[in-house]
Write a new protein. Structure first.
Length: 284
């Protein structure tokens, strides 16, 4: 009995493979799975952008997007995350060196390598996203500002507010900035205070030469449209943010399970049928 236990203990460990890693953590398969997952998600997201599923633009055309399109975009994010991380986890579990250990232990180690691929891919995506955001911010800062100091999100509303057939010169930047700050205050759940609404009406009347009553009606309409657009944008951001978090969580589970499946295929030497392999055999 003692000899059997000692012999099993001596046989436990990684199976030596020429040129293969023998440590507990195999970073090569994890990095490979992460790169493949990131590449697949990039391709699928590019496809979604081409057909209009990615609602990411703050322009007025996209702020009135239907809730169903936002939900469809969020669903696509979840599908992309699960499929990409499943592929990356499968590769991480399939190509790592096999071990001589209990089946549950081998399955756990394969799943851990799937999580390694998931974590590296998430960090890689976060770094690329931050670099893209910083580059965009730098280019925006160096470019001339069309909004004249006003909030960029409300540029279209400010254009409507100060639209006039009799004015030739542009509205001064100070007036647009003040009007933009007042509009921003009116986008919350509470109504715009009376003194702020009166000041916005005075600015509109002075810049457009409208009668006070007409200026007040325009201010009321612009505030209502801005609140509706802001509410729609908030709903879209909440839905997409929730779907992104759900997709990442589901992707972690998919990477774990797929890595376990890849490890089982590795140990059983299972090779899925490949059409190009059959064609190669025929040519040979």
């Amino acid at each position: 009995m003692t000899d059997t236990v000692s012999r099993d203990a001596a046989d436990a460990g990684p199976v030596p493979i020429p040129g293969g890693p023998l440590s507990y953590i195999h970073w090569g398969p994890g990095i490979l799975g992460a790169i493949v997952a990131a590449a697949m998600s990039f391709v699928l997201m590019g496809f979604a952008s081409a057909i209009g599923l990615m609602v990411a633009s703050p322009s007025p055309t996209w702020r009135d997007t239907s809730v169903w399109l936002v939900l469809l975009s969020g669903f696509w994010i979840v599908i992309v995350a699960v499929s990409s991380f499943a592929l990356g986890g499968y590769l991480a579990g399939r190509v790592r060196s096999t071990w001589v250990a209990a089946p549950d232990e081998i399955e756990f180690r394969d799943g851990a390598h799937g999580l390694i691929a998931w974590a590296i891919a998430v960090l890689l995506g976060a770094v690329l996203l931050s670099l893209t955001a910083s580059t965009f911010a730098a280019s925006t800062a160096s470019a001339p500002r069309d909004t004249a100091g006003a909030p960029a999100f409300l540029a279209f509303e400010l254009d409507r507010l100060f639209r006039s057939e009799r004015r030739v010169e542009p509205v001064p930047a100070e007036i647009r900035s003040e009007a933009g700050r007042i509009l921003m205050r009116g986008l919350g759940r509470t109504e715009l205070p009376t003194e702020d609404r009166a000041q916005l009406t005075r600015l509109t009347a002075a810049a457009t030469s409208l009668a006070p009553a007409d200026a007040e009606r325009r201010v009321t309409q612009v505030i209502a449209d801005a609140r509706s657009a802001a509410s729609q944008t908030r709903r879209s951001a909440v839905i997409l943010g929730f779907c992104l978090a759900a997709g990442l969580a589901a992707g972690a589970a998919a990477a774990w399970v797929a890595a376990g499946i890849g490890g089982k295929h590795r140990d059983s030497e299972f090779a899925p049928p490949l059409r190009f392999g059959r064609m190669r055999d025929r040519l040979a």
